[in-house]
Design a protein around this ligand. Structure first.
Ligand code: FAD
Ligand code: AMP
Length: 474
């Protein structure tokens, strides 16, 4: 088939498939090309997020949380169960079913919106044509007025700990262990390392996380990181900071690790090793030599503030470009680019992108950290409120953590909200809305919050900015 489209999207992750649907909604004749093959050997739309990222990790986090609660937390409610067991095949099978439901759902959305899906690897050629290479090696070329590059990212591999996908694994491998590893090593205490370390730790693995940096979760607000570190330690996650992996050797059925910290070199033996040291933009085979599209020093596609590459009609979005590697960031860029192409006013506010870590307790934030405000010399006020004083959190037996709010000292405008505690993945939305509307702590303080709910912690933290929280000393 040779055809001319208004828009071709390369990559059907949350950036690309959303861009394709929005473009089609706007009346543009749209194609979307994706190369991802699912566990059943068929095309699986949805990219990293739906296949081996956000959705499967949350499925396993939820199942493992149920098991952990049953074995550790239900006794206080008067609920006990003898010989609680986890059947790993069912646990993984449930996750696979959810993945299939959602990847299949993208196919249906494409059909409903008349997006033409191609299965294969897309390569941008000069002049906005795209060559598609199918699995069997056959090729076809299609062209469009606009091409959106949404090729996403892949895990970073350490040269001295190469993935063999059995003993040394990436995120995809750690979502598919056939049994609970007795000893699990995790390299990198970032979002992925903490989430997947938690999953297997809750099922009984002895988890050691090695993190090269001296500070825990330095991307988050320091108070949040401190509370989270304490809770993770209570759960039995051994997090070693300032510990840099230097060697990993598969010996029989074990992996022998060498890491270095301030006291010198140490050895650690584990049954499985998850390397979660970050992800890099994926552009292998994406660009013919003469397209004019540029990559930066980290291999990301260079774009301007409108996600335009500087080459006429060529745009790029999602993990393949600058900015946080988050599904919702890519999706919003996808919508904005489709709207810019259609002559509308697209918009992505990078100052209010929420971050969530789905551990227990959950961690969520949006806006500036206290350190960022200090470093920038911006005067601020702080309000905090602990979940220990929230009736609903106590009733749930999940009264851990706090909400911390940072507002401008003079204007009271909300600058950052940092949460650690129950359900904060949902509570953060209120902070995002307030910041998007350029609201103040006072605005939040005046809003009626239902009682008893976890959201009262947001209300009380807003009151606490002006030292008038009701249910704690100020
Ligand atoms: P991707 O999702 O990587 O999709 C890119 C797609 O393009 C892939 O299907 C790829 O096969 C395809 N492709 C690449 N090159 C070509 C080509 N040349 N031709 C055809 N197809 C091509 N983010 C969150 O916001 N929340 C979370 O809870 C979260 N959890 C995560 C958990 C894990 C374990 C991991 C690994 C990531 C998680 N992320 C999370 C990050 C999130 O998955 C990514 O930010 C998101 O998937 C990026 O979307 P994308 O569309 O840019 O790229
Ligand atoms: P993230 O980028 O959030 O996925 O986090 C990855 C983490 O891995 C970062 O905090 C890095 O400091 C850490 N890291 C990278 N290389 C190593 C290494 N060799 N040993 C231990 N930790 C590492």
């Amino acid at each position: 088939m040779s055809d001319k489209f208004d828009v071709i999207v390369i990559g059907a992750g949350p950036a690309g498939y959303v861009a394709a649907i929005r473009a089609a909604q706007l009346g543009l004749k749209t194609a979307c090309i994706d190369a991802f093959t699912g566990k059943d050997g068929k095309q699986a739309l949805g990219g990293t997020c739906l296949n081996v990222g956000c959705i499967p990790s949350k499925a396993l986090l939820d199942s493992s949380k149920q098991f952990h609660n049953l074995t550790h937390n239900f006794a206080v409610h008067g609920i006990t169960a003898d010989n609680a067991k986890i059947d790993v095949a069912t646990f993984i099978g449930r996750k696979d079913k959810i993945v299939k439901q959602f990847t299949g759902g993208i196919g249906q959305l494409f059909k409903a919106n008349k997006v033409t899906a191609f299965y294969g690897t897309g390569k941008l050629l000069k002049g906005n044509s795209v060559e598609i290479t199918a699995n069997d090696g056959s090729k076809q070329t299609i062209s469009a007025t606009n091409v959106i590059l949404a090729s996403g990212s892949v895990p970073i591999e350490l040269p001295f700990a190469k993935f063999d996908n059995k003993f040394i694994v990436d995120n995809a491998g750690a979502l598919d262990f056939p049994e609970v590893p007795k000893r699990l090593g995790v390299i990198g205490a970032g979002v992925i390392g903490l989430e997947l370390g938690s999953v297997w730790g809750r099922l009984g693995a002895d988890v050691t996380i090695l993190e090269a940096l001296p500070d825990f979760l330095s991307v988050a607000d320091a108070d949040v990181a401190k509370i989270a570190a304490k809770e993770f330690a209570k759960q039995g996650l051994k997090i070693k900071l300032g510990a840099k992996l230097t060697k990993a050797e598969i010996k029989g059925n074990e992996v022998a690790l060498t890491y270095e910290d301030k006291d010198g070199a140490h050895e650690l033996t584990v049954d499985k090793l998850l390397v979660a040291v970050g992800r890099r933009a994926y552009t292998a085979g994406l660009l013919a030599d003469d397209t004019g599209v540029k990559l930066d020093e980290r291999g990301r596609i260079v774009v301007d503030e409108h996600n335009h590459t500087g080459v006429d009609g060529v745009w790029a979005i999602g993990d393949a470009v600058r900015g946080p590697m988050l599904a919702h960031k890519g999706s919003e860029e996808g919508v904005a680019v489709a709207e810019w192409i259609a002559g509308k006013a697209g918009h992505v506010n990078f100052d209010t992108i929420p971050w969530v870590i789905y551990t227990e307790p959950e961690i969520a934030w949006a806006g500036k950290t206290e350190k960022e405000l200090k470093d920038a010399g911006i005067p601020y006020k702080v309000g905090t409120f602990p979940f220990a004083a929230i009736g609903r959190a106590v009733a749930m037996n999940e009264a851990v953590g706090q909400v911390k709010m940072l507002a401008h000292a003079e204007t009271d405008r909300l600058l950052g909200v940092h949460m650690v505690g129950p359900g904060v993945s949902e509570l953060i939305a209120e902070a995002v809305v307030t910041m998007e509307f350029k609201g103040s702590a006072e605005d939040l303080a005046r809003i009626v919050h239902a009682h008893p709910t976890l959201s009262e912690a947001v209300h009380e933290a807003a009151l606490s900015v002006d030292k008038r929280a009701i249910h704690k000393g100020n």
